[in-house]
Design a protein around this ligand. Structure first.
Ligand code: ZN
Length: 393
């Protein structure tokens, strides 16, 4: 806890933490300066009733409960805003350290959940650490092409039947999302080009979508370049991961089909910044150009109404788990994306993409009481989420 904690924190001190988080927690009514991520009329008081580790009521209803029941403690939070903890919709827990260390970093950064999108087939699936946070929604090893067009984070497959069977197997094994690697990596030396842009065809993608839908799961597609992203949209993917080098027509198709876009800008910025000196100066320049292009596309995507969701590719070069989400927010703000969109993309929209909208990503009755208390409205300044005054978990 910060040394300059406001008076109300020192008044209730560490005891506030357990009552909010534990299942046995007694009801507590919090009256904040404001609530972000709540569907509450402006005329309602910014009050939140929590208990048993969950949000029980909001607004006037929360105050009415506290009024009627003297056993409910009240806590004023002058000057502080409450919001739900953010989620990272694209990480690789097996990369950039051990899975346990990466989950610990994610917890320390205040993430409510992460979506783990692919690992080498010989590794076990990362799981939620005893109750979380963070909750882990994982794909298991991805589904990719055979040979050099495939990904080392995927099982190499050939033909639509193989994609269908692999997707069904992932669903049986507890995956919360099916991941297809439909293209290779960006061709850093040739901006605008993608390695193995035709790695996975429409028939394979469609078979994977059908199997995923049959199991009630979303399908996330790693794809960059217009043809591959257009195929993912046509096949019925739930989300496009990365999606570099897109034009307006492709983004418009994504908006119309309600395909979410996780643009992972910080991953390319990290390559351009090159903290370990892996690249030549010439290549760093190319990478900076790719990064700027993605920022421009992101701004267009927002204007066209694409469902932008915040995810990072944490675990890839120069991107630490947990902290990566704030790096990604910085990129979006640099692109000129509206702060409220950045906030929504990291909370409500991410929770919806992860299938966790009833529990995470917004302040509503029944949701987890994983809360941040901030010195301002995160819909105006989303980066305040990186340095909360206090959090409940
Ligand atoms: Zn990735």
């Amino acid at each position: 806890m910060a040394a300059n904690s406001p008076p109300w924190l020192s008044a209730c001190g560490a005891s506030l933490k357990r009552p909010l988080c534990g299942r046995d927690a007694k009801p507590l009514c919090l009256l904040a300066e404001g609530l972000a991520g709540a569907d509450l009329a402006a005329s309602e008081p910014p009050a939140l009733l929590v208990g048993g580790g969950r949000i029980l009521a909001l607004g006037q209803e929360a105050l009415d409960h506290a009024e009627a029941d003297p056993a409910i403690a009240r806590q004023a939070l002058p000057g502080l805003w409450l919001c739900p903890a953010p989620l990272d919709a694209h990480v690789h827990l097996t990369l950039g350290g051990t899975v346990d260390a990466n989950l610990e970093r994610s917890q320390r950064a205040g993430l409510a959940a992460v979506r783990d999108l692919g690992h080498a087939p010989n590794k076990p699936n990362p799981r939620t650490p005893s109750g979380g946070p963070p909750w882990v929604v994982g794909s298991g090893p991805g589904l990719g092409a055979l040979g050099p067009a495939g990904s080392w984070l995927a099982e190499g497959l050939s033909g639509s039947e193989a994609f269908r069977l692999a997707a069904e197997a992932r669903a049986r094994n507890g995956s919360g999302v099916i991941k297809v690697f439909a293209t290779g990596l960006l061709d850093f030396e040739h901006p605008g080009q993608v390695l193995h842009g035709e790695a996975v065809g429409l028939a394979e993608l469609s078979a994977a979508v059908e199997a995923a839908e049959g199991a009630g799961l979303p399908l996330a597609v790693h794809a960059s370049g217009i043809p591959a992203v257009a195929r993912a949209v046509q096949a019925g993917a739930s989300s496009v991961e990365h999606g570099f080098f897109l034009d307006r027509a492709t983004m418009r198709a994504m908006a119309q089909a309600r395909v979410s876009w996780v643009p992972t800008c910080a991953a390319v910025r990290a390559h351009a910044q090159d903290p370990e000196g892996r690249h030549t100066p010439e290549l760093r320049k190319q990478l900076a150009g790719i990064y700027q292009g993605q920022l421009q596309a992101l701004a267009v995507g927002e204007a066209l109404g694409v469902d932008l969701v915040l995810g990072t590719d944490a675990g890839s070069y120069g991107l630490e788990h947990g902290a990566a989400i704030f790096a990604e927010m910085e990129c979006w703000l640099e692109a000129g994306v509206r702060p409220v969109t950045v906030f929504e993309a990291a909370t409500r929209r991410a929770a919806r993409l992860l299938g966790l909208e009833h529990s995470l990503g917004s302040l509503k009755p029944g949701a987890q009481a994983w809360l941040l208390a901030l010195p301002g409205d995160p819909r105006r300044e989303p980066l305040t989420m990186a340095r909360p005054t206090w959090r409940s978990f």
